[in-house]
Design a binder for this molecule. Structure first.
Ligand code: BES
Ligand code: MG
Ligand code: ZN
Length: 475
């Protein structure tokens, strides 16, 4: 899909899409150029549309209601709906006409939405009618916003990275293996400009990534520990990222009895970090990033790790495995200590589909945020609210840490109780962060993958990709 700004709509023939804010009841009827529409027919209400054909000018006008004061996510959704549900509209020439109340955020959200709406879940469908070739579709946007070309390009880059994240999460686990993620990272590194190093099993053994390897030892698919570095000459800050890359979570020998079918999403944190790396490099952000993405499959096999095993870790601390389904925290423990010990980033953020408890607490609307750093926590919440990728904090009091004390090892991976699951998981991770003073853990079990109006099955959301960019841009 190509989207270009235009400065004049005179002589345009084709489909003109005009978004409208909802009018107050006593406002005049809606008018645009030569036509007026009675307020009884169209008021700009949320989710409303009005189509009218003008044979004289050879234009079809599609009026799209936005509601009174749509936020960023509302605007994005309105435009995503157009390309997702009304793809036949996008055949001939298309012009999107924005009025002067629609600012640069509006423009960015509209562009991202249009591009995101071209994503389809039917990756393996051999349907008779070929899927639409969106690369041939050109859309013009009329907008009074300064530097609209730059903003359009940015909106497209954000959506492109989010679509990559969709692909990684939605494709099945027999395709998205640890090796696939490692290859994806290497390719993206070459294409967008960041360094990628991958530790295979042998190299990970040499590096003593013992907790990471324990989780992967029951799988035919070799674990891959991905390390990515993006460097900018004008960087003032060094950011560290970690993403949980469990390409499928059977639960291990503590086999899942519920919801296993959705566990291809358990590399959602990895996909967030990979998508964000693409976007950071694509936008050329002035920051240094080091990202670590441990990738494994948590499989069931005679070689799988056992409940009650005591395993080592990169940090040297020992871990008693109470439950093999609490595997994410084990690979993240090694990811976090490897990142912090070797690269000493100023700020560290990890993304992980870590606990069912986070879903139980917040549902699908918001991610669980854990951080003792108030500034980082506030910034994340503020930018998340702006773009509709919400987070809400849960406490990090040390009383919760004592729940994780083990009698045989330094720590255990599960307290064995049916409460405070997301918090105790966060306290486990904290034990491996070398007392870093600027670390946030984001549990995205509820937000990475879910239902929406855009599909009948659960699917990826790319939660976190844009959030990270917002945070980094505003350092
Ligand atoms: N991958 C799951 C968490 C999850 C749940 C992700 C729902 C996405 C949606 C994680 O590895 C897990 O199994 N967590 C257990 C931990 C428990 C055994 C301590 C959980 O939350 O039940
Ligand atoms: Mg699990
Ligand atoms: Zn898991």
């Amino acid at each position: 899909m190509k989207i270009t700004p235009i400065k004049s709509s005179v002589n345009f023939k084709g489909l003109v899409i005009i978004p409208f804010f909802e009018q107050e009841e006593n406002d005049a009827s809606i008018s645009f150029e030569s036509f007026t529409i009675s307020k009884h027919l169209f008021l700009g209400k949320k989710d409303s549309q009005f189509i009218l054909e003008d044979n004289g000018s050879e234009r079809i006008y599609l009026l799209v209601g936005l509601g009174k004061s749509p936020n960023y996510k509302n605007v994005k959704t309105v435009f995503r709906r157009l390309t997702a549900r009304q793809e036949v509209l996008f055949e001939k020439k298309v012009l999107v006409w924005l009025n002067d109340k629609m600012d640069s955020d509006f423009l960015e959200a509209a562009v991202s939405g249009l591009f995101l709406g071209t994503y389809r879940l039917g990756h393996y469908k051999k349907s008779e009618n070929e899927a639409k070739n969106w690369s041939k579709i050109n859309i013009s946007i009329f907008s009074a916003v300064n530097e609209s070309k730059k903003i359009i390009e940015k909106g497209l880059k954000i959506a492109a990275a989010q679509i990559e994240t969709f692909n990684l999460v939605d494709l099945p686990p027999n395709k998205i293996t640890p090796k696939y993620l490692a290859d994806w990272a290497s390719d993206a590194g070459k294409k967008f400009g960041f360094d990628v190093k991958v530790l295979d099993k042998k190299k990970a053994e040499k590096e003593n990534l013992k907790a990471f390897l324990a989780v992967g030892q029951g799988s035919q698919r070799e674990p891959q520990f991905i390390i990515m570095k993006y460097r900018s000459k004008s960087a003032k800050k060094h950011f560290g990222l970690v993403g949980k890359g469990v390409t499928f979570d059977t639960g291990g020998l503590n086999i899942k009895t519920q919801g296993m079918v959705h566990m291809k999403c358990d590399m959602g944190g990895a996909a967030t970090v990979l998508g964000a790396m693409q976007l950071i490099a694509d936008l050329g952000l002035e920051v240094n990033i080091t990202a670590v993405v441990p990738c494994v499959e948590n499989a069931i096999d005679s070689r799988s790790f056992l409940p009650s095993d005591v395993i080592g870790s990169y940090s040297g601390k020992t871990i008693e495995v109470i439950d093999t389904d609490a595997e994410g925290r084990l690979i993240l423990a090694d990811g976090l200590s490897y990142l912090i010990q070797n690269f000493k980033p100023d700020t560290v953020i990890d993304f992980a589909t870590l606990t069912g408890s986070a879903v139980g607490t917040f549902g699908y609307e918001c991610a669980a945020l854990f951080s003792k750093n108030e500034e980082l926590s506030k910034n994340l919440q503020q930018y998340g609210e702006k773009i509709g990728e919400r987070l809400w904090p849960l406490p990090m009091w040390d009383e919760y840490k004592t729940e994780m004390d083990s009698e045989i090892a330094d720590i255990k991976n599960y307290h064995g109780k049916p409460y405070a699951g997301a918090i105790t998981a966060a306290k486990f991770l904290e034990y491996f962060t070398e007392n870093h003073t600027s670390w946030a853990h984001i549990d995205i079990a509820g937000t990475a993958f879910g239902d929406s109006e855009f599909a009948k099955t659960k699917h990826a959301t790319a939660y976190g990709v844009h959030l990270l960019i917002k945070l980094i841009e505003n350092l």
